[in-house]
Unconditional design. Structure first.
Length: 324
């Protein structure tokens, strides 16, 4: 045994303890005790809606990217059920609004399948809700918008936040049901199929444009599982450890991309003059037992931007107060 290399055990222990104490002191001074909160907001998951009070993954003071502006799109969706479903009330609604600006337009195919996509401005909002009978009496007296005998109700309000690469699912009804859908293909061929118990929904992605517009990509779909209203990853099928989304059908020929300007809302529903067996009439039917009820979705997008030390602030769009 080489006596020159021998050191007493207590000296080794003392040296180890000293290193540990110094390391703990350094960690305390620089905030290492926060490591257990990585990816959380006060102990809660940050997946889903962003809130100003939440920890923001974009706010990293020690990263150069924190000085850049980050945008997400907030969607306030009002699902309205109109009963009875009559051409007069729907006709007045679509006449009030103007056709949406669609990219790579497939308006003819959408119209032939009984789908209507329109936009309105801030001034059109109170008129639209009065047409559907949702405006308060005091507001209806001040606003000379036309009214009908149609009865409507706010069936559900959905709020979600979308960044690039995320999607949300907007349900048409609360319960699944059997659907018999006839679809005109781009080549003019009419195809039909009956689907067993499934949910009707719109798959939505959103993207902010440098022009200030919001680009909404929307596709009708059927699904066996209940729709997810909060944002989820578009390529969920490729993510390890996640169960694939159970889409029964994605109606890609009827997918469309709409451009919405600031302070505008998007309206989606069935066309005015279509048969009860058309795709739009069946897809937007509000209740399996009440064939005359129809669903109209009013989507109010708003750009939320993040700047260093300021958190999220709103740009464009305004959330209507009439239906709250």
């Amino acid at each position: 045994m080489a006596v020159g290399n021998y050191k007493p055990a207590y000296l080794l222990c003392l040296k180890t303890v000293t290193i540990v104490v110094v390391a703990v002191a350094l960690c305390t001074s620089v905030g290492c005790n926060n490591f257990d909160r990585t990816g959380t907001a006060e102990g809660q998951s940050i997946v889903g809606p962003f809130q100003a009070k939440d920890e923001n993954p974009f706010l990293q003071k020690d990263k150069e990217e924190s000085t850049k502006r980050q945008e997400v799109v907030q969607l306030n969706v009002y699902r309205i059920v109109i009963s009875p479903q009559d051409d007069a009330s729907l006709g007045q609604l679509w006449s009030l609004l103007r056709p949406a600006q669609l990219i790579k337009s497939n308006k003819k195919l959408l119209s032939r399948n009984g789908l209507q996509i329109a936009v309105g401005g801030a001034d059109d909002w109170p008129k639209a809700i009065n047409i559907m009978g949702l405006g308060p009496p005091s507001q209806a007296e001040q606003n000379p918008a036309p009214t009908t005998d149609a009865t409507a109700r706010l069936d559900r309000q959905i709020e979600t936040w979308l960044a690039e690469g995320l999607m949300a699912e907007l349900s048409i009804t609360n319960l699944p049901g059997e659907q018999t859908l006839f679809l005109y293909q781009p080549d003019g061929q009419l195809v039909g199929k009956t689907y067993e118990e499934c949910y009707k929904l719109l798959v939505v992605t959103a993207k902010f444009q440098p022009t200030g517009q919001i680009q909404l990509q929307i596709m009708p779909a059927l699904k066996t599982d209940p729709p997810r209203f909060t944002a989820l990853h578009w390529m969920v099928k490729q993510r390890a450890g996640n169960e694939p989304e159970r889409y029964v059908s994605l109606f890609e020929p009827l997918a469309f991309t709409a451009m919405v300007n600031p302070n505008e809302f998007l309206a989606i529903g069935r066309s005015e003059h279509v048969g009860d067996a058309s795709f739009g009439a069946v897809f937007f039917r509000a209740d399996q037992a009440q064939k005359l009820s129809t669903t109209v979705l009013l989507i109010v997008p708003k750009i939320m931007t993040n700047r260093k030390s300021k958190g999220f602030t709103g740009l464009g769009g305004s959330v209507p107060k009439e239906l709250k």
